[in-house]
Design a protein around this ligand. Structure first.
Ligand SMILES: C[S@@+](CC[C@H](N)C(=O)[O-])C[C@H]1O[C@@H](n2cnc3c(N)ncnc32)[C@H](O)[C@@H]1O
Length: 255
């Protein structure tokens, strides 16, 4: 029986597709591919039956897939990685044993690479919080950014819909100081843009431009990730390598 392959496609650049994802895509005659993948993956989608899942209601997507399964596997390109904020979870549940999830490179991983920062650092940040002001708590309320912005955390915000001024005020209320912040737009896409500053300076860096596309009616998605926390301005003390070497690796003869 053919399978539905939910392929972590990375944030846009096909170079960030894993070898397993590529093999799965190449051997699927049909594919659901939202923007920006419909264009950035055009070479790998050529000759396939392609549609965007966002053009159909839930039952339409299920029907689209069911109609094509007799002809072979169906690829479903998942933005970034399936682990965080995927809107396609209900389709994986629907197809059950016929669904296969292939991991990809999440946008937070691409942000870390671009910033050349690991989001945790001994003595600076011991937890990375991935959340969104558009996420809902169990009580049905929207997440309050200030509740997760803590001095010892690195905060990664997806799908921000707070105006920049409001976002800065929330981050300030949580962190309690003007921590470094980076706003990364269109990661790994041709119009990639990274804006860095602190909570004191970031608004001025945008000079009134809205990176979050609030109220936009463009058919193209607005892709922006926010990273905030002291870790962005910190570096690792090389002594940490030697501490780990002496206490952990040397005694075991770790290879
Ligand atoms: C529905 S979530 C999907 C997240 C995805 N599962 C992942 O692992 O990156 C969409 C949000 O992810 C972030 N995102 C996805 N692709 C991005 C990109 N190319 N550049 C910047 N942010 C991106 C943005 O915050 C966007 O609003």
């Amino acid at each position: 029986m053919s399978e539905v392959r939910f392929i972590g496609a990375g944030p846009g650049d096909p170079g960030l597709l894993t070898l397993s994802g590529l093999e799965a895509l190449e051997t699927s005659p049909s594919a659901l591919a939202p923007s920006p993948f419909s264009s950035s993956f055009a070479h790998w989608l050529a000759g396939k039956d392609v549609e965007s899942p966002f053009t159909m209601p839930h039952e339409g997507v299920v029907r689209w897939i069911e109609e094509r399964l007799p002809r072979g596997p169906v690829a479903f390109l998942v933005p970034g990685d399936f682990a965080n904020f995927t809107p396609f979870l209900s389709f994986v549940a629907h197809f059950g044993d016929r669904a296969r999830v292939i991991p990809g490179v999440g946008s937070q991983a691409v942000a870390a690479a671009l910033l050349k920062k690991s989001f945790d650092l001994p003595g600076v940040a011991h937890a990375t919080i991935l959340t969104s002001p558009r996420a809902f708590t169990a009580g049905g309320e929207r997440v309050r950014v200030r509740d997760y912005a803590r001095p010892c955390h690195t905060l990664v915000l997806y799908m921000n819909d707070l105006p920049l001024q409001e976002l800065v005020a929330e981050l300030r209320a949580g962190f309690g100081r003007p921590v470094p912040v980076a706003i990364l737009e269109n990661l790994s896409c041709p119009d990639e843009r990274v804006t860095r500053g602190t909570l004191d300076t970031i608004e001025a860096r945008f000079a009134g431009r809205d990176p979050f596309g609030i109220g936009s009616d463009s058919p193209e998605p607005t892709l922006a990730l926010v990273v905030a926390g002291e870790v962005l301005a910190a570096t690792e003390d090389p002594g940490w390598w030697n501490r780990r070497y002496e206490r952990l690796w040397k005694p075991r003869g770790l290879r």
